[in-house]
Design a protein around this ligand. Sequence first.
Ligand code: UD1
Ligand code: CA
Length: 461
Amino acid sequence: MSNRYAVVLAAGQGTRMKSKLHKVLHLVCGKPMVQHVLDTLAVMQVHDVVVVVGHGAEAVKSTLGDGITYALQAEQLGTAHAVQQALPFLKDKHGTTLILYGDVPLLTADTLTALTDHHHQQQAAATVLTAQLSDPTGYGRIVRDEAGEVLRIVEHKDANETERSIQEINTGIYCFDNEKMWKALAQVGNDNVQGEYYLTDCIEILRKAGEKVTAFVMSDPEESNGVNDRVQLAQAEAYMRKRICERHMRNGVTIVDPGHTYIDSDVTIGMDTVIHPGTYLRGKTEIGADCVIGPQADLTDVVIADKVSLSYTVVTGSQVETEAVIGPFAYVRPGSHIGSKVKIGDFVEVKNTKVGAGSKIPHLSYVGDAEIGQAVNIGCGTVTVNYDGAKKHKTIVEDHAFIGCNTNLIAPIHVGKHAYVAAGSTVNQDVPDEALAIARERQVNKPGYANKLPRKQGKKQ
Ligand code: UD1
Ligand code: CA
């Protein structure tokens, strides 16, 4: 296989997005659209990638990081001019160069591999990725001769009526012999309706130089759809979301209603897990096998083991072990580790807390900055009082401890193994192993109290 390079164009302003955020940084299924393009190139093991940046260059660079080469196109003079900015990085290289757009996030590695395979089989100098569209308005059209050979590409704005009736369009994605591409680019002028340097002109230039130029017609044109406004952004999102759900379903995940399930592209899910509607699985979330997730689960960067059940719940930046049951209506915040067979029930908030295997926090509690041992019972309405107004403090509850209902644990505090805290207590001193702490007013009953009061008028005696 010859060496492969890629130039990703991402310098355009993207005015139609009407956004402070650069167009290629808008998210599609949780990831900036240009990152999708780079990830696809990584799958194809294209290592020399040059991203051409212009508008919003700093924002694009800081989002994508240092692993990539950037070329600056200070002024946007057209797609040929944009590619030319990558010349210093790729000029002396032998091999094949792919041209991609940062705002075309749906293309798959399969399609691009088919394109490059075709290019190599045909031993072409250039291969255009084309599509047949019922409405080709706005796109460059592929002009072929009687024998079906590609002659040139004509932009919609420059096309005559006959050319405008052509339904085969230029997706804007190409494969070039690297050295021939630079030679052709040097000859591109800007004598056209838009006064721009058109990359599309390279096709005719190569043809006229006697080089072979081919087209590869893609089977699913939607993959080449670009994003220019928020309507197209939502369309790209819907398309990718469907593709992601289908991939998981084919891998043995039940998705009850794919139309109402929102899974980011890098999420992994094990076999026989069932995902109920209204569920968002975001970021680097990993879900094990045989889980039941949702309805209405919102998980971001969460690692979940097998056989976990979780409904109507938000979990962020945490880990959940096997057979844990979370929700309904729980909120697990970053830095938490929920042990095996743990129950986190309704209206419970857990933050930066480790909960040991088999422990239960079934209802109405706040547990923050805590270490809860194994087989601990945290009664309804327990609050770890972790904040003194300046600093956060730690609560430690050891294995088999029992915290009665409506307890305040004023941190820093340590409750020992097999210890009990009586319901309604506000404890601010450590509780030794196996002890019972009672920290509340003793109850006083006043016998006959009611009889000492005058009976209210009209009340039953
Ligand atoms: C281009 C093609 C057209 C094709 C269409 C597919 C040309 C002349 N035309 O047209 O045949 O059907 O794509 O969508 O190439 N860009 C830069 N710098 C520039 C100009 C553009 O980085 O100076 C980037 C844009 O950010 C964008 C991409 O290149 O991501 C395409 O540019 P755009 O102006 O949208 O090209 P089209 O007119 O759509
Ligand atoms: Ca465009």
